[in-house]
Design a protein around this ligand. Structure first.
Ligand code: FES
Ligand SMILES: [Fe+2]
Length: 352
C-alpha cells in the first residue's frame, strides 16, 4: 500500500505507543492498533489492560462496553472476559466454549506512555522499547512535557514521510518553526540496525517565529537539528539554537530542545500521533513548557492538514498516481525500504 510496496501495511511484532497514560481509565476506551480493534481499561489496582476490542458473539465493540471489577463486560448481551482474554461468564448459559475468548495484548507503561505489542505475545520483549532515559524523557537534565494526542486523518506512512523529510519545515511551518535555508542545508545521514538518522547544521539563519516569541530572541541564530527514527514507532530528535558565532554552535545557547513524534498505525487509512517536547533550560518553568506545547499545536495542526489533504487526494484517484522522487528524498525512501524489510521479515516462511 502506497508509499510502501503493494500488499504491505505495517509490522505487527513491534512495540508501538497506544495511548497517553491519562487516557486509559476505568472507563473502557476503543483504539484500533495496526488494523485491530483494542479495548483499553484499568483494573481496580490501576494496572492498564489491553484486550481484543471485538466481542466474538455479535461483534459489539468492547471498548464501548463496561468494566466490572477487573473484567470487561460486553454491553450487548453481557459476556464477560478477564484481563487475559478468557471468558468468565456467559449470562445465557453455563457452558463456556473454548472459542469464546479475545486476544490479550502485552502492554508496558513507561513515562507517560502505554506501549503495546500488537503481534505474537510470545515475542514481546520489553527490553526492545527504546530507553526512555537515553531519550531524555526521564533524565532530570531535561524537562519533558507530554503534548496532545492526534487522530491522524491519513495512513500512518504519510506521517513517516513527513518526519523523514524535514525540508517541509521551511514551507508548511513557515509561521512557527521555520528558518530560512532548511531545504538547502546539507543533510548528514546515517543508520544502523533498527534506526535511521539525519541531521543539519545551519549557520546564521533566521530565528523561527515561535522561538523568537517565547524566548524573546531578536536576530539570527546558529541552528542544529536532527532526528533519529527508532523503527517503527518513534522519531526522537533535537533542535538547538545558539547565538551566531564565528565557529558554528559555540555562541550562547538560546534554547535546547528534544522532540518526540510517535506514530502508530490505526485502521488502513488513519493513525495515532503522540508528540512530546523536552528542554534543557528553565526546567522548573512549568508555564513555559506548556506555552511551547500550545505554540506547537499550530505546527502539528499543519502536519495533520497536509496528511488529511494527501490522503484525500490519494483516495480520489481510481489508480494510484505516480510520484516523482527528488535527490532530497534519499532519507525518506530509505525509511520506506527499512519498514518494508520489517514487514517482509515477519511474512517470511518460518517467521511465525
Ligand atoms: S455481542 Fe457481546 S455479548 Fe453479544
Ligand atoms: Fe511537520
Amino acid at each position: 500500500m502506497y508509499p510502501l510496496a503493494e500488499g504491505l501495511f505495517a509490522p505487527r511484532n513491534q512495540w508501538y505507543i497506544a495511548a497517553w497514560s491519562h487516557e486509559v481509565t476505568r472507563q473502557p476506551m476503543e483504539r484500533w492498533i495496526v488494523n485491530q480493534p483494542v479495548a483499553f481499561y484499568r483494573t481496580e489496582d490501576g494496572e492498564a489492560v489491553a484486550v481484543g476490542g471485538r466481542c466474538p458473539h455479535r461483534h459489539f465493540p468492547l471498548g464501548k462496553s463496561r468494566v466490572e471489577g477487573d473484567h470487561i463486560e460486553c454491553l450487548y448481551h453481557g459476556i464477560t472476559f478477564d484481563r487475559t482474554g478468557r471468558c468468565v461468564k456467559i449470562p445465557s448459559q453455563v457452558h463456556v466454549p473454548n472459542v469464546c475468548r479475545i486476544p490479550a495484548y502485552p502492554l508496558v507503561e513507561k513515562w507517560q506512555w502505554l506501549w503495546i505489542w500488537p503481534g505474537d505475545p510470545d515475542k514481546a520483549d520489553p527490553s526492545l522499547i527504546p530507553d526512555h532515559h537515553v531519550l531524555g524523557l526521564t533524565d532530570p537534565d531535561y524537562a519533558a512535557v507530554g503534548g496532545p494526542y492526534y487522530s491522524v486523518p491519513g495512513r500512518y506512512t504519510l506521517m513517516h514521510d513527513n518526519l523523514l523529510d524535514l525540508s517541509h519545515l521551511g514551507f508548511l511551518h513557515r509561521s512557527t518553526i521555520a528558518s530560512d535555508g532548511i531545504a538547502e542545508a546539507q543533510e548528514v545521514r546515517d543508520e544502523g540496525p533498527g534506526w535511521l538518522r539525519s541531521a543539519r547544521n545551519m549557520a546564521n539563519v533566521s530565528c523561527p517565529p515561535l522561538i523568537a516569541k517565547l524566548l524573546q530572541h531578536q536576530g539570527r541564530v546558529d541552528r542544529a537539528f536532527g532526528m533519529k527514527w527508532h523503527l517503527p514507532a518513534l522519531h526522537a530528535g533535537f533542535d538547538h539554537f545558539h547565538e551566531v558565532a564565528p565557529e558554528f554552535g559555540t555562541g550562547r545557547l538560546i534554547g535546547g530542545f528534544r522532540v518526540y513524534h510517535a506514530i502508530t498505525p490505526g485502521k488502513t487509512n488513519d493513525a495515532h500521533y503522540f508528540f512530546a517536547l523536552a528542554r534543557t533550560f528553565a526546567r522548573d518553568d512549568v508555564a513555559l513548557g506548556e506555552a511551547f506545547i500550545n505554540g506547537l499545536r499550530a505546527t502539528l495542526d499543519e502536519d495533520m492538514f497536509a496528511t488529511r489533504e494527501i490522503e484525500a487526494m490519494l483516495g480520489a484517484h481510481a489508480q494510484m498516481p505516480q510520484e516523482i522522487l527528488l535527490k532530497g528524498d534519499t532519507h525518506c525512501v530509505r525509511g520506506r525500504r527499512m519498514l518494508e524489510q520489517m514487514i517482509r521479515a515477519e511474512q517470511a516462511p518460518g517467521a511465525g
